[in-house]
Write a new protein. Structure first.
Length: 430
């Protein structure tokens, strides 16, 4: 009997009706005779709503934070009430424990970094959604074991982008998750979150539940992983921007790693590695219509792929210029890389000229202003915000001309397979 990992994204558990549909999908999975790990995201837009709570709290607006949190509590209780009868009281008690954890914190005064509080608050979204779904599955006759993934996945303390301690977590999976399958054939747990050795909650980066599922799949040597989404599969461009976008029915791991790296929203960038290392296939399927084929990502040769177009918004271009009219040299570029690595900031595209080194990063305001401040000790630093990085893989002559001639292009770069332009989005230039 195979062991599989299924991941349900926020939109597939957005409301009571969707959660009912998840149960139907799980019945089908179990008919196939599988042991299954079900990894679930926060309901709908809960993570965004929790981010607002964290921001209000950190900027000293305690009442606003409590009010925003009250709304989140209410919507979860309403969903639980709608779905549950026998298990309602037990589920309510579990939800209330998580509510209390957050509310205690909201009554404190912030004394640590924003990112620390962000993780303590935002992690609750997944804890709430899984509590409700697990109780509903049990009530529907789908016996399952709810697990707090923070007891399994240990991470470092790089809040908001924490890295999993592989050896420690692998041992936990072997010692604590595997034996559960002797008693149940379903484990329900949270994506996106973990905890440090001091039991502080962490998150793995937005949309990180895909990655959590892949880590489980890798550590359990699963037969396959399936990601249930509100789209029909992986597409060659964002259908909201390109109505003519098409579904890619088959992709190999490399192609997806590149798409994710350039900013495609389909799959979390870290998802592929644990799967590719073990040759575990990844299915991306529509939870609205499971009869659709979706996309399979596995080891395969693909000779001709259509152009893939990826937009990465909210970019910032930073230019470091030497201050004494000398050429920029390796030692100076070394300082820039060192600073970026110390502050955990990734470069999305880079370019150098005689006297300057320019690179583009995601504009996370606090982090980037701090970076600019540090770089300012050695360089004259200029920056532009409000930019979009457009990447076209497998481009052709027509696309090349189209994109390089867009208004507001401030940087372009091409290799044989990939073409990138950085363009000004309307507004936001410093
Ligand atoms: N709930 C988290 C987010 O919205 C993680 C995820 O959905 O994968 O980013
Ligand atoms: Mg999501």
């Amino acid at each position: 009997m195979g062991r599989v990992v299924h991941k349900y994204g926020g939109s597939s558990v957005a409301d009571a009706e969707s959660i009912k549909r998840v149960a139907q999908r799980i019945v089908a999975t179990k008919k196939a005779g599988n042991d299954v790990v079900v990894v679930i995201s926060a309901m709908g837009k809960t993570t965004n709503a929790l981010e607002k709570v964290a921001e209000a709290f950190y900027s000293g607006h305690k009442d606003e934070a409590l009010e925003l949190f009250r709304q989140i509590k209410e919507s979860h209780l309403t969903t639980a009430k709608y779905l549950l009868v026998h298990n309602y009281l037990a589920a309510e008690a579990q939800l209330k424990d998580f509510f209390t954890e957050v509310e205690w914190l909201l009554h404190d005064k912030p004394v640590r970094d924003f990112d620390y509080y962000y993780d303590q608050i935002v992690c609750v979204g997944e804890l709430l959604s899984t509590s409700i779904v697990s109780a509903y599955l049990a009530e529907s006759g789908l016996d399952n074991q709810w697990i707090d993934v923070r007891d399994i996945f240990r991470t470092d303390s790089n809040f908001r982008d924490a890295a999993i301690d592989w050896d420690y977590s692998q041992k936990k999976v072997v010692d604590e998750i595997k034996p559960l399958f002797a008693e149940t054939n379903m484990v329900v747990t949270q994506g996106f979150i973990g905890a440090t050795s001091d039991n502080e909650s962490t998150t793995l980066g937005r949309e990180g539940s895909d990655y959590t599922a892949a880590v489980f799949a890798g550590m359990l040597n699963a037969e396959s992983q399936t990601i249930w989404k509100d789209v029909e599969g992986v597409m060659n461009a964002d259908p909201k921007l390109f109505p003519e976008a098409t579904i890619l029915s088959e992709l190999n791991y490399d192609e997806v790693i590149e798409m994710a790296y350039y900013g495609a929203q389909v799959i979390h960038p870290k998802t592929i590695k644990p799967l590719a290392n073990k040759g575990i296939p990844l299915h991306v399927k529509s939870f609205l219509d499971p009869s659709l084929e979706g996309t399979i990502i596995h080891e395969c040769e693909i000779t001709r792929l259509p152009p893939l177009i990826v937009f990465k918004e909210n970019q910032c271009l930073i230019s470091c210029q030497v201050t004494d009219y000398s050429f920029i040299n390796e030692q100076q570029i070394g300082i820039i890389f060192q600073t970026l690595s110390e502050q955990n900031i990734k470069i999305n595209v880079m370019q150098n000229s005689a006297i300057s080194f320019s690179f583009c990063v995601d504009f996370r305001e606090n982090k980037i202003l701090k970076l600019i401040d540090h770089l300012g000790r050695n360089f004259e630093v200029y920056y532009n915000t409000g930019l979009t990085l457009i990447t076209v893989k497998n481009y052709d002559a027509a696309l090349y001309e189209e994109y390089r001639n867009l208004p507001g292009v401030i940087l372009e770069q091409s290799s044989r397979s990939t073409f990138q332009v950085l363009v000004k989005s309307p507004g936001g230039v410093h």
